[in-house]
Design a protein around this ligand. Structure first.
Ligand code: NAD
Length: 510
């Protein structure tokens, strides 16, 4: 066991050195970093003090004043260069993501790929920050919309996507002419340090980037609060639990700051009688068990038509009982560890609550892994439950899939929508009417509604986010960039008269 931990600590050092992080940044500090793979300590990182955080915000504001006047396509060059640095280090940063969060290597590298993808998107966007020209009701007048940089954008991120969430926000914010101050999860500061180092590499190569344009604050919720309350920060994009959003949202509203809230999900899939069951099974398995159920879009509720229920549940049980649980770096593993003891306790307590209301639980127990006595590996849990009880309506951030039965499609859609969260949803059907109904105005009420694919694994091209307690925010693709800019409506009079709108007359005598 000790060998394993020493091996990991050594590997972390090698990766951080390669990625350009100074040794003192991860060896001297009060923030203790553990890997969920073994539960062992792998680094000590210094927290950013309150005064240092304030200085970083001030510097970001000064950098913004310069950056906003640099043409957007040139700003795009910086983001393109960041994408190139990331591309060169996919394996190293991806491996570090795996060590810090416990996701599979393919998912760790996938997270970095997502960062590269959004950099490409944002670099292209830097030449497409277009506004409308609008017909004016007045002769010899023209109306238009112009989009301007906003200011300092604060990013608060969760442990489970420790770096991709920053890039979704930062890549767009930077091409839009803003400065960025990032407070990553206190559970994942190493990948943040590495990402910051890669950003600095890119900035040095491109040149002309004002100092302090992208800053990193290492610490816990208190530091996040400082960002939230700072009048210098124009927008805070906060990703994490609904509990965090409930604290952060009103504080931002109080000072009329903008917010993008990306909070908890409680995602469902409906399986209809016509579904391609082989494809459905694969879609369910990845969404429900992938990342050990620790994605905001993880599948947590399965709503199956009564005619195929027994078949589906029998097949799922076989998969749940045989799926490889273990070290996420090993090729046979599909389910890695939970992030920590708290997460394990929350999972066990949710399963107890389900049993207490008569549910049947398959799996869910702790799994021993050699050399990882302090880690928390679990067999994913499949829970057959008659009603959408309170435990089903909550997000438990662990691999628990509740299975419910339905008769009519209306009933299935009503069940899908009858939770406080509204992030992701899916329907598996070959019936065009059911599919279209699901994505229509009276279908799924979520920010993401898929047909014949699972609830997780979104691409960067679409706007990402959800409704209700998920917070209403949208980031990443489509026109999410508009939130990082302020819109000005300009009316230009190129005539010799001064007609007033709505035919109002106001003649003065001189
Ligand atoms: P968390 O809420 O514990 O922490 C998230 C971040 O918020 C951390 O950086 C934390 O320090 C900070 N924070 C917490 N309280 C704060 C406060 N009062 N003021 C300022 N900052 C504060 O979440 P977590 O355990 O790291 O992540 C898991 C949660 O995140 C799940 O609920 C998951 O669904 C959600 N999540 C949502 C999305 C999305 O896009 N909707 C993406 C990833 C994760």
């Amino acid at each position: 066991m000790a060998m394993n931990a020493i091996g990991l600590e050594h590997e972390v050092r090698e990766l951080l050195t390669r990625l350009g992080v100074q040794e003192s940044r991860y060896t001297e500090g009060e923030l203790v970093v553990r890997t969920p793979i073994t539960g062992q300590v792998i680094a000590h990182v210094a927290k950013t003090s309150g005064p240092a955080a304030q200085l970083a915000i001030d510097a970001a504001r000064q950098a913004f004043l310069v950056w906003r006047n640099i043409p957007a396509p040139r700003r795009g060059e910086l983001v393109r260069a960041l994408g190139e640095e990331l591309r060169a280090e996919v394996e190293a940063l991806g491996r570090l993501v795996t060590i810090e969060t416990g996701k599979l290597l393919t998912e760790g590298c996938g997270e970095v790929q997502e960062m590269i993808d959004i950099c490409g998107f944002a670099a292209g966007l830097s030449r497409q920050l277009t506004g409308l020209t609008i017909a004016s009701e007045r002769a010899h007048h023209r109306m238009m919309e112009t989009w301007h940089p906003l200011g300092v954008v604060g990013v608060i991120s969760a442990f489970n996507f420790p770096v991709a969430v920053w890039s979704w926000n930062a890549a767009l914010a930077l091409v839009c002419g803003n400065a960025v101050v990032w407070k990553p999860s206190e559970k994942a500061p190493l990948t943040a340090l590495a990402t910051q180092a890669l950003f600095e590499r890119a900035a040095a190569k491109v040149g002309g980037v004002p100092a302090g344009l992208c800053a990193l604050l290492v610490g816990d919720a208190q530091l996040g609060e400082l960002l939230v309350d700072s009048p210098q920060v124009s927008l805070v994009s906060a990703t994490g639990s609904t509990t965090m959003g409930r604290a952060v949202g009103p504080r931002l509203a109080k000072r009329f700051a903008r917010s993008i809230l990306e909070l908890g999900g409680n995602n469902a899939a409906i399986v209809c009688p016509s579904a391609d069951l082989d494809l459905t099974l694969r879609g369910i398995a990845f969404s429900a068990m992938g990342t050990a159920g620790q994605r905001c879009t993880s599948l947590r509720r399965l709503i199956v038509h009564e005619s195929i229920y027994d078949n589906m549940v029998t097949r799922l049980k076989r998969v749940y009982l045989s799926v490889g649980v273990g070290d996420p770096r090993e090729s046979g593993t599909l389910v890695g560890p939970l992030i920590d003891a708290r997460s394990f306790a929350a999972m066990q307590s949710a399963l107890e609550e389900a049993r207490a209301v008569g549910a049947t639980v398959t799996g869910g127990e702790r799994v021993g892994v050699d050399g990882a006595a302090e880690a928390f590996y679990v067999r994913p849990a499949l829970v057959e439950i008659a009603e959408q009880a309170a435990v089903v309506k909550r997000e438990t951030f662990a691999p628990i899939l509740f299975v419910l039965k339905y008769r009519e499609i209306e009933e299935a859609i009503a069940l899908q929508n009858d939770v406080p969260q509204g992030l992701s949803s899916s329907i598996f059907t070959l019936n065009m009417r059911e599919a279209e109904r699901f994505v229509s105005a009276s279908g799924s009420d979520c920010g993401i509604a898929n047909v014949n694919i699972g609830t997780s694994g979104a691409e960067i091209g679409g706007a990402f986010g959800g409704e209700k307690e998920t917070g209403g925010g949208r980031e990443s693709g489509s026109d999410a960039w508009k939130q990082y800019m302020r819109r000005a409506t300009n009316t230009i009079n190129y005539g010799t008269d001064l007609p007033l709108a709505q035919g109002v007359s106001f003649d003065i005598a001189e």
